[in-house]
Structures are given as structure tokens and as C-alpha cells.
Ligand binder design. Structure first.
Ligand SMILES: Nc1ncnc2c1ncn2[C@@H]1O[C@H](COP(=O)(O)OP(=O)(O)O)[C@@H](O)[C@H]1O
Ligand SMILES: CC(C)(COP(=O)(O)O)[C@@H](O)C(=O)NCCC(=O)O
Ligand SMILES: [Mn+2]
Length: 896
């Protein structure tokens, strides 16, 4: 990168043509292949057992954590487990990332400096991977076999060497549970050449449920009166609980611990009963059709209600209202009607209510029998269907008088398959905790039921066309349908739950409810979080109104983002097609969330902003803002020497104020904010920066500067290490954060710059920072020596202009990645590198709206924290601070 010292500042053009962007991009951007590798690097991984025999160190001996080649690492690690039930076959399979990227210089030197010894586990390359969830109808077993075969799941997936070489391992063993593991074993051997290793069904159900409740943060939820609410499960207070698996039949299991359980009851009236009777009594061809019919049904034409018996009156003495069902299907005995005289809709609803209440009641009785308060319901009878869940919840609540709680699981039907998957000892999945798992909702996730089975892994083209098909279907299924009016007499009894009017989502989009689980063993909880258990990253709840607002903001921003993304990939036809697919995919996500805000688990603004970035990456847009970032970095580096000189001429107190002012002013360069983007078209970077600085009026909206200054000036208590989390590229980092970092360094404080692992909007990444630091160091001895000490630059003596003679012995300047690819940060899941760097830190600085306002404004840390941001959104300013756009926040929170 060449710093421009001529003094002329590049103007941000109003119209950046595709050609211009493409040209700029071609000069600086990493090749697509390496970008794709980096994308997978940080957010996925797995922990298969490694064969270390014959391992050889690859790299120089001085490296503490050299890459180790494992020539004997077997690649036929098992990738698939099955639960073959009476109605459905459930598959859980694991897909691995192709190659592990080698570590860059920054990482190696940082590791050495921070003394990151992660033990044997992480000294070896950890393979990345994801867990996928798919289901088929047992009656269509052939489809399932075709699916396994097309993806070569029984041979380790299409990416595995055994598949590529065409070699056929002799004895492939796949874990399977459910009755079909016995019934269809020969067929699997015949068709796929695999042996099914049977695992006990109850063992698997319990193992799956325990794993989900431990490792997935938002797995369990309550569903009452149409409202879904996620429940935070306390690991130390999980057992005992009642697990009710509603499959074809129903198993009721008392769970006392890991592997400690007893099947205490069950009922033969279950999902198979609803579907079977429903099929006989209606013309329905599928379970979903039957369920959908129920939503337009009126069960009072079929069920005998209390009012029917009591002449329209309530039976108030025992708390039953007139509309309570006295006898399911009871009315059909009293007249001469034939089956064909009843509406299929009404039959379906009566059946659904009969079976759901019955299951709820039996579950309650078993909970009562063992004194259990929590009942988790799984199995595919539930099918994420609001009315079914409301009905079961109502029954549990009614009979237990509110004492017992019905809870549902997002991975409802996959408990057994997951348990079978975990029974492969070599996966060691049981070791994983919530912070190791990242759930993603890619549009390309394969799903089942209809004809489309998803693209072969990694085939973008098929993913795009699959997505196009999804969008076609999606337009019919994502139209919001108003909820039915609440119906209650306030009398108790079995009223009609309120969520009946809710639409039934097709299986295709329902599959989006369960994402792909990325296993990332290198993620950690940030050790300086005061209380990880109560920590909530999002500042504002994304309720209905809030979501509506952000929906508009993000939708409005979409065309511009697509234009930049396409340009960043050279503006080719392929890039345009991917751009369209991205726009459709992201819009479909937004539409889905509009209908059901809790569809993807508990979802905050941070998740929404991250979803956008992930969606870009899914369509292989690695860095949409790459050329903007480069242009702004260059322009800012050109004026940095003058700024440093100006700062150096000030006394200590004035300089501190100027530095904080500078950070706040430069935080205006945010390409995610509509208001700011409009501003950029009115001037050059430096003009805007100066204007922004000039407008700094104290007191700021939150102004703890004086307390911060006093703390900084305490000579007897200097900070030891400052973690400085940076935000945007360009002026923000170059003119704002680097001069602040330099101030700490000159005071003898170690500085760790914390930056994104992956691009998000115009945020600077950890990979990009060393180059910027090196460029800045050419004009500044302090930065140069510190960067050398931190291993960021080697032999920087060439081309030095700064004066170094008065500088103290160098404290290091380091860069670590934060493990994120989003404009926000969730401190429950950061890179192990950042977690290690936090060990000796006594100050954390968070900069920018995403990381210190949208998230973490209320987060408490074990060290002093300084949160700095300019508010670039009017609504947020009003909501959080009763303020205005361009207000500044300087929030200092000392620990004591
Ligand atoms: N697409 C579907 N096809 C058939 N049954 C379905 C479908 N979706 C949900 N179900 C319901 O799920 C039940 C099967 O649940 P599941 O947990 O898979 O049990 P099993 O292991 O007995 O097959 C069926 O009896 C039916 O009530
Ligand atoms: C995504 C962002 C949080 C990034 O802000 P930053 O962290 O860079 O200060 C911000 O651009 C944002 O909230 N944008 C959407 C709001 C708007 O257009 O006003
Ligand atoms: Mn940003």
C-alpha cells in the first residue's frame, strides 16, 4: 500500500462504476480461493480423533505451534448417523471443510508473544466441520438411500479422499437407531454396502436431548397462547426432567443425568395415530396437508362440548366452560350423518386436539408421579406447529394448575439421530459446549420431503438454482397470515388455543428452522466477562416494531450492498447472478423472520446483521467493501503524519482529549449507516473527518471522559495491557484508533488491537491491520518499535522518517482476531487468541456502534472498560439515550 504524501485527498466518487471497482479490486484483493478458505477457517471446525502416528513437523523449528502433517490421519471418519422410525428417517451428518489454512506470520508471532499454549488439542490442525439435519419419510426409503449415495455420506462425503480416489472401504459401519435399524439393515448392506451398527433408541433419545440442552443456547422454548419464549437452561439445574418423545408412538422418559434414565411410561396414541386416522377419515395425501386442514377446522361440529350437554351453559362448579370438549368425537354418535357429511377440516382439528390433549395429560400425570416440574417434548408429531404446542402446553398448565411447564425443542425430531451420531466415540461431541457451536441458516441447506434435496456440498451453482426454486415456493409460503382472535371465557378448561389461525409452513421452509451446526472448538468465552451466565450481547430486544424498523433499513440498503458486492467480484455475469441469489436469499430470511421472529432461535440485531454477512459469504462474496476500505486507508495514512505531529505538540491532558475526540469523530466512517453514506457523497474523507471533529461538542451524550482522564493520569497505577477493539477501516482506525493505541504504547502499556476475523461491512480485519500498522510505522518510531516488539513488522528500519531517540524500551503492539465476521460482537464466542490475550489485560476499549451500542452497551467486564462510539442512527439515539443522530458516547466503567 502506497501512502499518498502529496496532500491531495482522493474524493469519494458519487458514482463508482463497476469497472472502476473491478479495477481497484483486481489490484488488492486476495484470490477467491484463498478467501473461501479463510471464510471457513474461523467459524467451523470439529474434533475428530486424530491419528498422530508418523506425524511430522512442517515449518521452522522456532515456531511454537508449527503445522503438523498427519500422514496417517484416517479420512473415513464417520460422517453419518440414522434414526429410522416408523414414520420418518432422520439423518444427522457431518461435512468437513476442505483444507486447513496455514497460520500467517501475525498469528504465529502473536501466539508466541501472548504465550498461547492451548495444549495438545489445539496444537494440531483441527478439521472444520458442520452438522446437518435432514429427514425422509420411511415409506420413501429409496429417496433416503439415493440422498446418502449422491452425497457419498456413507463414505465420508464427496470431499473425502476415499471418494475422490474411488477406493471402496470394505466394511463401512454406520450408527443407526430406531426400529428400522433392524428392519432395513439388509437393504442398507445391499444398496450401499454398509453395515448398520444398532444403538439403543432410548439411549439415543436421552443422549440427544442432553446434548441439545447443554450445547445449544436457544434450544428449549415454551409455547403458550401463540407466544414462543426461549428458556435459558441452567446446566447445574437440568436434572431430573421428563422427556416425552412424540413420534409414531410416544415414549415418556424420566431423565436423571447423562446416561441415567428410565422409560417410565408411553402411549400408543401418538403421531402415527393422528396421521393414520386422519388419512383414513380425510382425503389427505400427506401429514402436512392434514395438519394444514386443521387450521381451517371447527371441532365443535364433531366434539361434544360441555355446552352441548348443559344446554349452552358453563359447568362452572367444576370450572368447565361451555366450549370445553366434554367428549372428543362425541357428537358424531348423535345423528345419522356419514363420514362424508363432516368437513375434513373439522375432523383433522378434532383429532389433533384429542391426541395433543391426551399426550399433555398423560405427560402431566407422569410428571406428577415423579415430582417433575419440567417436561420437554420432542418428536416430529410436534413439527414446530404452534397450535399443537399450545394445546399440549395448555393441557400441562391446566392439569398441573401452572405447576409444571411444557417445553419444546427446536431439533424436536432429531434427538435419536443426534444421540446415535454422538455414540461414535471418536467425535468427542459430548465435550462441546455452547460456545463451540455456531448455528447458521444457509439457504443451501439440504432439506427433504419434496423433490429438491439440496445441492451437493459446495456446489454454488446448484445452491443458487436451489435457492431460486426456494424463492418461487417461498413467495407463496411466506405471506403473513393474521393470527386468530383470542377465544377465552376465562373459565379454564380446554379452550381453543389462540394460535390456530397461524399458517403451516411447508416442510421446505420449516427445514430452515433447524440450521446447520458449525462445530468450532477454537471459540472461547471471553474470560473478562463479569458473568457469562447473565450476559446478553444485544442491547435492544428485537420485538415486532424493532424488527419492522430494521427490516426496512436492511431492505433499503440491499441494492447498494449488492452493487458493491458484485463489483468486488469483478462485476462479471457470474458475480451478478450470485448477487441476485444473495439478495433473494437475504430477503427470504427477512420475510421468514417477519412472520416468525423467533424462527431461528432467540434473535437480536447482532444476529440479524451477522446473518447478512454470512449470507454474502454463502454466495461467495468475501469482501464487498474491499476497494472502499483500501481507498480510505490510503487517504487516511496520507494525513496521519500531520495528525501525529499536531498531537505531539499538545500537553498530556489536551492530547488525551484530542485523541478521544478523534476516535469519536472518525467513527463516522460507517458504510452500514444510510445517513453516513449520504454524507460521504458530499465531501472527501478528510473534509468529513474535519467537519466531524469540528462538531464535537462536550458534554457528549454520555461523557465519562474526565473520569477516564483521571484514571489515565494516575502515574502510580499505569495500565498493563489494553485490549483495543477496532471498528471501521480508513479514517476510523488510522486517524482514530491508531493514535490512541500509540498513546498507550508511549505510556508503556502493552496494546492488543482486536479486529474482526472476517470482513463485515467496511470493518477492518485482523489480516488487514498489520499492513496498516506497518505503513503508519514508517512515520512513527513509537509504533514502529512496538510493532516490531509485537512481531507485526520485521526489519522496519528501511524508509523510516520518525524520530526514535526518546522512546522508552518497547512494549509490544499486537493484533488478534476476535473470531467474528459481523459488525457486532458476542463475547460468549470469541477466538481462543483473544481469550488468551485477555489474560493480562486490565483495560478493554470497545469502539463503534455495532460493538459498543447495538451490543455490549450494558455488558460488565472484570477489567476497566471504555466504550466509544458515534451514534449514526436517529432511532437508536432516541431509544438508548433520548438523543440525536451524531451524538457521541464515551462510557467509562472502572471495575472498582
Ligand atoms: N412429513 C411427515 N410425514 C409423516 N409424518 C410426519 C411428517 N411430519 C411430521 N410427522 C409426524 O411425525 C410422526 C413421526 O415422528 P418421529 O419423531 O419421526 O417418529 P418415528 O421415529 O416414530 O418415525 C408421524 O407419526 C407424524 O405424526
Ligand atoms: C452496522 C452498524 C452497526 C455498523 O456501525 P459501526 O459499528 O461501524 O459504528 C451500523 O452501520 C448500523 O447500525 N447501520 C444501520 C443503521 C442505519 O442505516 O442507520
Ligand atoms: Mn463498523
Amino acid at each position: 500500500m502506497a501512502a499518498n504524501n502529496s496532500g491531495s485527498e482522493p474524493r469519494i466518487p458519487e458514482d463508482v462504476t463497476l469497472e472502476e471497482e473491478a479495477e481497484a479490486e483486481a489490484k488488492g484483493k486476495a484470490p477467491a480461493a484463498s478467501s473461501a478458505t479463510t471464510t471457513t477457517m474461523n467459524r467451523s471446525g470439529s474434533r475428530p480423533q486424530l491419528d498422530l502416528s508418523g506425524a511430522a513437523i512442517h515449518g521452522t523449528l522456532e515456531d511454537r505451534n508449527p503445522t503438523i502433517l498427519l500422514p496417517n490421519q484416517s479420512d473415513d471418519i464417520s460422517h453419518l448417523a440414522l434414526d429410522i422410525g416408523g414414520s420418518l428417517i432422520k439423518l444427522v451428518y457431518f461435512s468437513r471443510h476442505a483444507d486447513q489454512p496455514t497460520e500467517d506470520k501475525r498469528k504465529l508471532s502473536t501466539k508466541r508473544r501472548l504465550e498461547i499454549f492451548t495444549g495438545a488439542r489445539r496444537s494440531y490442525p483441527v478439521l472444520g466441520g458442520r452438522l446437518h439435519f435432514v429427514k425422509f419419510e420411511t415409506g420413501k426409503l429409496n429417496e433416503c438411500l439415493d440422498f446418502i449415495s449422491s452425497k457419498q455420506l456413507h463414505r465420508g462425503g464427496v470431499d473425502s479422499p476415499s471418494w475422490r480416489s474411488g477406493a471402496q472401504p470394505d466394511n463401512i459401519v454406520i450408527k443407526a437407531t430406531g426400529g428400522g435399524a433392524f428392519k432395513y439393515a439388509d437393504l442398507f448392506k445391499e444398496r450401499l454396502g454398509v453395515s448398520l451398527e444398532k444403538e439403543d433408541e432410548m439411549d439415543c433419545l436421552v443422549a440427544g436431548a442432553n446434548f441439545l440442552l447443554k450445547a445449544i443456547r436457544h434450544e428449549a422454548f415454551t409455547h403458550m397462547d401463540g407466544q414462543k419464549e426461549y428458556v435459558q437452561i441452567d446446566q447445574n439445574d437440568l436434572f431430573p426432567y421428563l422427556l416425552v418423545n412424540v413420534g409414531s408412538g410416544v415414549s415418556i422418559i424420566k431423565v436423571d443425568g447423562h446416561g441415567k434414565f428410565q422409560r417410565v411410561s408411553g402411549t400408543n396414541v401418538g403421531g402415527g395415530t393422528y396421521w393414520g386416522l386422519g388419512r383414513l377419515m380425510t382425503e389427505c395425501k400427506s401429514f402436512d396437508e392434514l395438519l394444514e386442514l386443521s387450521q381451517r377446522g371447527d371441532n365443535s361440529t364433531i366434539d361434544m362440548l360441555v355446552g352441548d350437554i348443559y344446554g349452552g351453559l358453563d359447568y362452572s362448579k367444576i370450572g368447565l366452560s361451555a366450549s370445553t370438549i366434554a367428549s372428543s368425537f362425541g357428537k358424531t354418535i348423535s345423528d345419522n350423518k356419514e363420514l362424508s357429511d363432516y368437513r375434513p377440516e373439522d375432523i383433522s382439528l378434532s383429532l389433533l386436539r384429542m391426541i395433543s390433549y391426551n399426550i399433555g395429560q398423560i405427560s402431566y400425570l407422569n410428571a406428577l408421579r415423579y415430582g417433575l416440574k419440567r417436561i420437554f417434548f420432542g418428536g416430529f408429531f410436534i413439527r414446530g406447529h404452534a397450535y399443537t404446542m399450545d394445546t399440549i402446553s395448555f393441557a400441562v398448565h391446566f392439569w398441573s394448575k401452572g405447576e409444571a411447564k411444557a417445553m419444546f425443542l427446536r431439533h424436536e425430531g432429531f434427538l435419536g439421530a443426534l444421540g446415535a451420531f454422538m455414540s461414535y466415540e471418536k467425535h468427542g461431541l459430548d465435550d462441546l459446549s455452547a460456545h463451540h457451536l455456531v448455528e447458521r441458516f444457509p439457504m443451501g441447506a439440504p432439506y427433504v420431503g419434496g423433490k429438491i434435496h439440496g445441492p451437493p456440498l459446495g456446489d454454488l451453482n446448484e445452491k443458487i438454482s436451489w435457492m431460486e426454486k426456494f424463492v418461487q415456493k417461498g413467495t407463496q409460503i411466506t405471506a403473513p397470515v393474521p393470527m386468530g382472535a383470542p377465544a377465552t371465557t376465562g373459565m379454564g378448561g380446554f379452550e381453543r388455543p389462540t394460535s390456530k389461525g397461524d399458517i403451516l409452513r411447508s416442510d421446505a421452509s420449516a427445514a430452515l428452522n433447524v440450521g446447520v451446526l458449525h462445530l468450532v472448538p477454537s471459540l472461547d468465552v471471553f474470560p473478562l466477562l463479569e458473568d457469562p451466565k447473565t450476559y446478553e450481547p444485544n442491547t435492544i430486544d428485537l420485538d415486532h416494531d424493532e424488527f419492522k424498523y430494521w427490516f426496512t433499513i436492511l431492505s433499503d440498503h440491499l441494492p447498494d450492498l449488492v452493487e458493491k458486492a458484485v463489483a468486488s467480484e469483478g462485476g462479471t455475469d457470474d458475480a451478478k447472478r450470485r448477487g441476485d441469489a444473495f439478495a433473494h436469499a437475504f430477503s427470504a430470511h427477512l420475510a421468514r423472520l417477519t412472520e416468525e421472529p423467533a424462527a431461528y432461535g432467540k434473535f437480536g440485531l447482532a444476529n440479524l446483521l451477522e446473518l447478512r454477512e454470512e449470507c454474502l459469504r454463502e454466495f461467495q462474496f468475501f469482501d464487498a467493501y474491499v476497494s472502499i476500505k483500501q481507498r480510505e486507508n490510503e487517504a487516511s495514512l496520507a494525513v496521519l503524519p500531520d495528525l501525529l505531529m499536531e498531537l505531539d505538540s499538545m500537553d498530556e491532558e489536551d492530547r488525551l482529549l484530542a485523541l478521544i475526540e478523534g476516535v469519536l469523530a472518525a467513527n463516522i466512517f460507517d458504510w452500514g449507516s444510510k445517513a453516513c453514506v449520504d454524507l460521504y457523497n458530499q465531501g472527501t474523507i478528510i473534509e468529513i473527518y474535519r467537519m466531524s471533529r469540528k462538531k464535537m461538542q462536550r458534554p457528549w451524550r454520555i461523557d465519562d471522559f474526565d473520569t477516564f482522564k483521571s484514571r489515565m493520569l494516575k502515574k502510580d497505577q499505569p495500565y498493563k495491557r489494553a485490549l483495543i477493539s477496532v471498528d471501521n477501516a480508513g479514517a476510523d482506525v488510522v486517524l482514530g484508533m491508531l493514535p490512541l493505541a500509540r498513546e498507550f504504547l508511549r505510556r508503556g502499556v502493552e496494546v492488543v488491537l482486536v479486529a474482526n476475523s472476517l470482513p463485515a461491512l467496511n470493518d477492518i480485519t485482523a489480516n488487514e491491520l498489520p499492513e496498516i500498522v506497518a505503513e503508519a510505522a514508517k512515520h512513527c518510531g513509537i509504533l514502529r518499535k512496538a510493532a516490531e516488539a509485537g512481531g507485526l513488522i520485521v526489519d522496519a528500519m528501511a524508509g523510516i522518517q520518525g524520530d526514535t531517540k526518546d522512546e522508552p524500551a518497547s512494549v509490544p503492539l499486537m493484533v488478534v482476531e476476535n473470531g467474528c465476521g459481523s459488525p457486532c460482537i458476542d463475547f460468549r464466542q470469541v477466538s481462543s487468541e483473544l481469550a488468551a490475550a485477555a489474560k493480562d489485560a486490565d483495560l478493554l476499549i470497545l469502539e463503534g456502534m455495532g460493538r459498543s451500542l447495538h451490543t455490549n452497551l450494558n455488558a460488565r467486564f472484570k477489567c476497566d472498560a471504555l466504550k466509544l462510539a458515534m451514534v449514526k442512527n436517529q432511532r437508536l439515539a432516541e431509544k438508548l439515550f433520548n438523543g440525536n443522530i451524531y451524538d457521541c458516547i464515551c462510557k467509562f466503567e472502572p471495575v472498582s
